[in-house]
Design a protein around this ligand. Structure first.
Ligand code: MLT
Ligand code: ZN
Length: 461
């Protein structure tokens, strides 16, 4: 039997936009991981739900693998097409479809950027509160596919909390209309929630109804310098007890070095091993005084060495850049990314265990720690030394990730807190999910995608 080609798909759907130029295949076949060589069959750019269904039906009939594609800002290889897959890019389906003032929901197409969702919500004096640094490039469909977290999970939770309804095309081309914006719905399994975080392996999101909320009260941003690792969680406990935290993010001196080299501005003098950027609600003088009191308490207890409170929006943005600019500043060093989580209570012990593991295994390799410590989510980025070949570097990182996974398994943590399993963490899924769970997950995959055409090779070991 001959292999189906892009020309066959064009014959079936003459009005579908299809790209096959080498430059396009390269551009759409990779995500931010940059580890795999893109080699897709073609890029399909549907402009309607019906066209998505047409593409999926064709792929299903011919056994062609489909990689759903949004902003491709993913860090786990979930949107990589390296084995002749058809990339189904949702980028042309990027409109706001409607706003419901009574339900306070925004209905959007999947290709819309997170930043555009924020702007659309603001037009109605409301907010869509999920937020992270890739806001300008990532798409809401990808956010849903990975259950994206980010910098305000501590206050608002993950993407999962904000999805009131989803339209999804399953692996046989069938359109599912899940939950339809209902707040209360106890009519059996919540298939909407099953789709969220399924990394394009169960269905393709073609429309989403997002919950919006009131804008938060005005807030303040503070940068703190801490003397040691133990202070991190103690300062977190102190601040959380006294303030309404919107964000509590940490990074190390090594991360700071990179972000400063990348153009961010130094905000504190001196060298400190750990830093925290925190944002808290400060609508009135009382809340502002509480923040200063918490800061002073931290200093008196020897937990805080220095700090700065932003005095303007521009200064707040500059402090945030120290944290949000880290990913971009590390990109040229081809980092191997670990994105792990443990229960908040387990963070201190975990930090110590991992610090000694990394010091032992990577004595000469630069390791950058940062992340959403208030959610128990740490990003551990390992930078490739120039002297090490790519393959040797990956092999060494995988060895260490294996050790990390074993520690996580013992502590009941997760090998992926927010980036997803994709290709990068596929070998370690078993450290986080039991054999029984993985068997059930495979069963679920078979129900929604009987011929296994949706993002094959992703998630499952
Ligand atoms: C972030 O929080 O900045 C990203 O999720 C982390 C990363 O680049 O590893
Ligand atoms: Zn993150």
């Amino acid at each position: 039997m001959t292999q189906p080609t892009a020309a066959d798909l064009a014959l079936r759907l003459p009005s579908l936009r299809l790209l096959t130029d080498a430059g396009d295949l390269e551009h759409y076949g990779r995500d931010w991981t940059r580890r795999w060589t893109p080699a897709p069959l073609a890029i399909a750019l549907p402009s309607s739900i019906e066209e998505v269904q047409g593409v999926v039906r064709w792929a299903n009939e011919h056994g062609v693998a489909v990689v759903p594609s949004g902003g491709r800002t993913g860090l786990s290889g979930g949107a990589v097409a390296a084995h002749g897959e058809l990339v189904l890019s949702l980028e042309r389906m990027n409109r706001v479809l409607g706003f419901d003032a009574v339900d306070r929901t925004l209905t959007v197409q999947p290709g819309i950027a997170l930043e555009a969702v924020h702007a659309a919500a603001r037009e109605h004096d409301l907010v869509y509160p999920v937020d992270f640094a890739a806001r300008g490039s990532c798409s809401i469909g990808g956010n849903i596919a990975t259950n994206a977290g980010g910098i305000r999970v501590i206050r608002y939770g993950n993407t999962r909390e904000w999805i009131a309804g989803l339209k999804v095309v399953a692996g046989n081309g069938e359109l599912l209309d899940l939950n339809r914006g209902l707040i209360k719905n106890s009519s059996g399994y919540d298939l909407r929630q099953l789709m969220i975080g399924s990394e394009g392996t169960l269905g393709i999101v073609v429309e989403a109804t997002l919950r919006l909320t009131d804008p938060p009260p005005s807030s303040q941003v503070m940068l703190l310098a801490l003397p040691d690792m133990d202070a991190l969680m103690r300062v977190f406990a102190l601040f959380r007890a006294q303030l309404s935290l919107q964000a509590f993010e940490f990074f190390t001196d090594v991360a700071l070095k990179h972000v400063l080299e990348h153009g961010a501005q130094r905000a504190l003098d001196g060298d400190h091993p750990y830093y925290v950027v925190t944002e808290f609600e400060a609508p009135d003088e009382r809340a502002q005084e509480a923040a200063l009191a918490a800061f002073e308490q931290g200093v008196e207890q020897g937990l805080i060495s220095d700090g700065v409170l932003a005095q303007s929006d521009a200064q707040a943005a500059a402090l945030w850049r120290l944290r949000e600019g880290i990913t971009e500043s590390l990109a040229p060093h081809k980092p191997y990314k670990n994105d792990i989580s443990v229960r908040i209570g387990a963070v201190p012990a975990f930090l110590h265990e991992i610090q000694s593991l990394l010091a032992r295994e990577y004595p000469h390799i630069e390791v950058v720690w940062f992340g959403h410590i208030g959610d128990g989510n740490l990003h551990i980025n390992v930078l490739k030394p120039e002297s090490l070949a790519d393959a040797d570097f990956i092999a060494q990182c995988e060895h260490v990730t294996k050790l990390l996974a074993a520690t996580l398994q013992r502590q009941g943590g997760s090998i992926s807190a927010e980036h997803g399993i994709g290709l990068v963490k596929r070998p370690y899924l078993e450290s986080t999910r039991s054999a029984a769970e993985i068997a059930l997950m495979r069963g679920v995959k078979g129900v929604f995608d009987p011929n296994g055409i949706l993002n094959p090779g992703k998630v499952f070991p």
